[in-house]
Design a protein around this ligand. Sequence first.
Ligand code: ADP
Ligand code: MG
Length: 727
Amino acid sequence: MSLRFKVIENAITRKAVAVEAPEGRPAEYFGSHVFNNEKMLKYLPKKCYDALCATIYNGTPLDRTTADCVADGMRRWATEMGATHYTHWFQPLTGGTAEKHDSFIEPDGKGGVIEEFSGKLLIQQEPDASSFPNGGIRNTFEARGYSAWDPTSPAFIVDDTLCIPTIFISYTGEALDYKVPLLKAIGAVDKAATEVCRLFDPNVNKVFSYLGWEQEYFLVDDGLYAARPDLMLTGRTMMGHESAKNQQLEDHYFGAIPTRVMAFMKDLEFECLKLGIPVKTRHNEVAPNQFELAPVYEEMNLANDHNVLLMSIVKKVGRRHSFRVLLHEKPFKGINGSGKHNNWSLGTDTGVNLLSPGKTETEKLQFVTFLVNVMMAVWKHNGLLKAAISSATNAHRLGANEAPPAIISIFLGSQISKVIDDIEKVGGKEALKLSEKQAIKLSIAHIPELLMDNTDRNRTSPFAFTGNRFEFRAVGSSANCGGAMAALNAAMAEQLTIFKADVDKKMADGISKEDAIFDVIRGYIKECKAIHFDGNGYSDEWKAEAAKRGLDCETSVPKIFDTLVAEDTVKMYGDTGVMNEKELHARAEVEWEKYTKKIQIESRVLGDMAMNHIVPVALRYHDIVLSKIDKVTRLFGDEAANMSKYDVKLARNIAEHMLQIEELTEKMVEARKAANKIESERDKAIAYHDTVAVWFEKIRYHIDKLELIVDNELWPLPKYRELVFIR
Ligand code: ADP
Ligand code: MG
């Protein structure tokens, strides 16, 4: 495969930009920038290759000699690819990625340099980490944090830098990132699920977690973006009257992709494929200017790294095409926001998807076992799963008639619901007689029909069964999937362990294995009924019903985070070994702090724009109107009052909106000052939610009214109709 530079013209600036263009087919350049198995074979001696494989696939600790050898192989490959630097690439709780680039050069002691990379540098580094969010874990006297190599995710090259995926922990070993809990949760579910699988097939030795994400995003023209301080600083528009046309004609979804966007997408896909991200699907989304990209699902840790990587690549490629990529969950009011559906499943090393209905009787029972345990896990921890997807930005999307409400429930579809109902209806212990057993078997035999039902999609459900996987749809477009996936896997690990113990107990009482499994499952179905909801998640009736069912209905984001430190959560994460209480408290602190900061920035931006951009322009227009009234009065005497009717009305109207903006902004600033004095991060976040954010819509209302009456030529900001349509 060879790469050459292709010159393309930027559609807006008409400037030529050089894009690396593939000569060859995707299969040829896929993974060209990844230190994958092919490169390992080529650059590592056999012994070293075997040792690294043992670490990757069996978790065997890596000795120092092997580490040195791997580091050297990686460096040789990277330098041949033109890389000059390396970095430990990690995922701090800020939500983005962090990297500090060091070059390979070392002084050779003779006045020159050599290029070197040792196992020590590969394995561990001590980034100057004091400025990453840590929720109080690192005291100032012990500000050290370590990044440590994750050999299960291959190193890759971006630009001139070799990126080494790493975890990020404190000096005392606590997780400071998204990767550590994710890896631990993947391990926990593997252990617990393998035990359960062995009830059905003793040959199972490992259970993998899979994730297929679907990334939604908006594109905005670079030039227009630069003229919107709110977009630049908060990622969303905080003002702007709806465009007369937006998504009501439903003409964007799956429509033809604009040429300029297509050029960008092709470039993006090329970059992704080189990095080993198996991107597969691209299409327009519901809102104008909204698009989606989805790869083929992968092992969860790798899939998550790929999503995090994609979120930075997409922005870079966007710039090349004079686009700004918006990953914010709700950049524009009145049109759909962006999410990141997380398609989740578990599969064995024997090749069985545990969430696929299966063919044989045993596989079907195994499927139902896993399905019902998912329901139990999600039911028990519905509050936590909501906390795992909540943020200041995602709050705009949830419950806004475009995304599921801020209540977690499970959609099963008619076929699976019937199976579950049938199992439940077959009575107590003594009812496990042949005829009824027959009934259960019968209903399970129906499962394959579900494949026909695959398109039975309920877009209003936050957690939907879609034929061979669950789709967690409440995850935000800008989120690190690791937060949600770690919570889900950990909850599942806890639940499967409990299930195994329940079945073992029954078997110890002399009940047959199959009867014991049915018995336990039936009990669970009755217990967790509340979580199952196939109806319209957007309706108000559901909100009332969900509250009656005891599901977590909290809508205030800072209060939702309380679940992160609730007793059940601490026990579950503790029992599964995913996170300890200290780490959970730190995480909650970080979430509250992030929430406060986001709202604080939004409030400042809104205040500045209201008083520095909007009011002055309204004043100017007001002055024009007043001058006109003045002229008419001077020129027309008695007739003037009649002639100026509209002008006077307009002048009063503008004055009233300006006054309101000023007064409301003042109140918001006062609320902010009061909130800033609060010590506790939780209370401060609650104050920002209850007393600061509440002014945003009120202020915006008057700004948007002014936008409609002030002369279009004077208006200082690009309007929605310009922002949301790509030409
Ligand atoms: P949708 O119709 O939901 O928009 P897409 O094709 O856009 O579907 O995305 C579906 C995602 O689900 C893809 O990433 C796909 O690879 C993934 N997926 C398919 N099967 C599984 C599975 N068993 N486990 C996890 N993810 C899966
Ligand atoms: Mg989907």
